[in-house]
Design a protein around this ligand. Sequence first.
Ligand code: ADP
Ligand code: MG
Length: 396
Amino acid sequence: MNIHEYQAKQVLKGFGAPVAAGVAITSADEAEAAARQLPGPLYVVKSQIHAGGRGKGKFKELGPDAKGGVRLAFSIEDVVKNAREMLGNTLVTAQTGPAGKQVNRLYIEDGADIDRELYCSLLVDRSTGRVSFVVSTEGGMDIEAVAHDTPEKIVTIDIDPEAGVTPANVDEINTAYGLTGEAAEDGKSLFPILYKAFIDTDMSMLEVNPLIVMENGRLRVLDAKVSFDGNALFRHEDMKALRDETEEDAKEIEASEWDLAYVALDGNIGCMVNGAGLAMATMDIIKLYGKEPANFCDVGGGASKEKVAAAFKIITADPAVQGILVNIFGGIMRCDVIAEGVVAAVKEVGLKVPLVVRLEGTNVEQGKRILNESGLAITAADDLDDAAQKIVAAVG
Ligand code: ADP
Ligand code: MG
């Protein structure tokens, strides 16, 4: 689960991290009162969307010469003017895709005098099985280019889970940044704080880009991006409350309500599968025969007929889907239940695109009989290869 920058800063502030004062608003009428709460004379008006790259982003409605999604403002009037221009418009960034995201919320923040912009993130490093700090002196808006062109400028420091962030780790991070004096002192408290916030709230990613050294020599978290581990949210009601469903794919939300693993993709073949391995194999083989999956929906083991029907409806609701491949290996999941769910869903929502079904495993004969006797236009397939070729041919 992702949250907005202003929320992430609130969470980090709760752990004692230095963040700027700021006020989130959802209408331009609130802009003036928000700015009056800040010291000035420099303000920053920041689009709150669940995507990075806002500074370099462009508003669709405003043309190529307009300023981006993070704007400096030099007076309260300037804050109001920018807020009016930005709210309600669509921001396209390197991370939103070409459709962009509508900006419904702004964060009006105290402007900082920046000396240096650093990069700092914490993530779960699968190769070491530990949480790692990933740090670079090249913070700001182009970290992807740094990773690509000058990877030696990115330093990874893994943290022993038993010891936590040790003074030696802090030294390593401070050295990697070249921090001295007060900034290095700030690092001694900040890096353990970031780690504690990460662990205590079960984050899966925390990215501070930029972490800045201000002209007064102090550190400040200037941008913050947080993802929480969805599997641990049950023990963080306070974090769960930060969810903004308007930022998420509507079909993914519906799927999560049914406890289905649904992932939206860019192609045009919808896939209903059971098990992550079979999902990967199904997508691979669709690609092998020259098409792309539009999504996959993993119904898991032991799903009910209702859950299968919900999965099928979610898949067909995507207008990009031009054909559906149901590929189930019934182990715990029974093929007859899958067949009943598919038939029930098709009867309810209709079937406007070709449907290829490959069933194998528990109660497969019963499942096939249910499909055959349903009177629906379903193409049966014998195996994975046959199924993929049939759906690719049907979509054309
Ligand atoms: P994004 O990463 O989505 O582009 P950031 O929050 O990192 O958004 O902002 C982009 C840039 O804007 C930063 O790298 C920084 O230079 C500047 N900036 C952001 N917030 C402030 C602030 N409070 N004061 C001064 N400059 C800021
Ligand atoms: Mg940033």
